[in-house]
Design a protein around this ligand. Structure first.
Ligand code: ZN
Ligand code: FE
Length: 257
């Protein structure tokens, strides 16, 4: 059964400083948690709503995304879903998934997309027009290349860009303000970036999530999704390079920003 997109509820539970556990549901009694890096904040959030946890979706094995799984499994018996390719490094999985799989998770249909780069087993989850991207894509940024080559990550980001522009992007970290600073350093006269500055600072001061973002906004603002734009490349002095080379250089620069 395909979920009417408007009826998907998505909420953020902030954990561990700058992670978000995204909680989604088609009704407000039974939630799915994406990347619960910590259990306490998630169970307190569910308790406040009188809701339970039916499933846990994992994008990759890093502890800030999986640290809460064992406790939440014990408490709620939630079914755990993660990449088949990474099953040995993930907590014990109830469903091991791969590219193209479509799972019925409660009343929602969840599509699995493999996006190697940050880790080789990284997967992301599409639920209606919501896309839970873990550490592959951030607002105005992308994940660090712990395991994949720049070419592999670039290809994963290309795959995401084939989805509809209205896709809502839910990354696992609040890195927006720093990423905005990096984007603005590359392109100090970008009016779209300048227009965002005040809003981001206010949200930062109030601990308000800057997410989700949309694919349309990221195509416009995110330097890592603009490597095929020759005008942008020229502005940042990389016009002679291929998009993949531009991506590699930008990712390296971001590591030192
Ligand atoms: Zn990670
Ligand atoms: Fe992370």
């Amino acid at each position: 059964m395909i979920m009417p997109q408007e009826s998907l509820i998505v909420e953020a539970v902030p954990v561990l400083g700058d992670n978000y556990v995204w909680m989604f549901a088609s009704n407000n009694k039974e939630y799915v948690a994406v990347d619960p890096g910590e259990a306490t904040a998630v169970s307190q959030w569910l308790d406040r709503l009188g809701a339970s946890l039916s499933h846990i979706l994992l994008t990759h094995h890093h502890n800030d995304h999986t640290g809460g799984v064992a406790d939440l499994k014990r408490r709620y018996g939630a079914k755990i879903i993660g990449s088949k390719a990474d099953a040995q490094r993930l907590p014990p999985l109830d469903h091991a998934v791969k590219e193209g799989d479509i799972l019925n998770v409660g009343e929602c249909q969840v599509q699995i997309i493999e996006t190697p780069g940050h880790t080789m087993g990284h997967v992301i989850y599409k639920v209606g027009d919501a896309l839970f991207v873990g550490d592959t894509l951030f607002s105005m940024g992308c994940g660090r290349l712990f395991e994949g080559s720049p070419e592999v990550m670039w290809q994963s980001l290309q795959k995401i860009q084939t989805l509809p522009d209205a896709t809502k992007i839910y990354p696992a970290h609040e890195y927006t303000l720093t990423n905005h600073g990096f984007a603005l350093m590359l392109e100090p006269d970008n009016q779209d970036l300048l227009a965002l500055q005040k809003e981001l600072l206010i949200k930062n001061d109030n601990d308000t999530p800057t997410l989700p973002t949309t694919l349309a906004a990221e195509k416009k603002l995110n330097p890592f999704l603009r490597t095929e734009d020759d005008q942008f490349a020229k502005k940042i002095g990389l016009q002679a390079k291929t998009p993949q080379e531009r991506f590699a250089i930008l990712r390296e620069k971001r590591n030192h920003f």
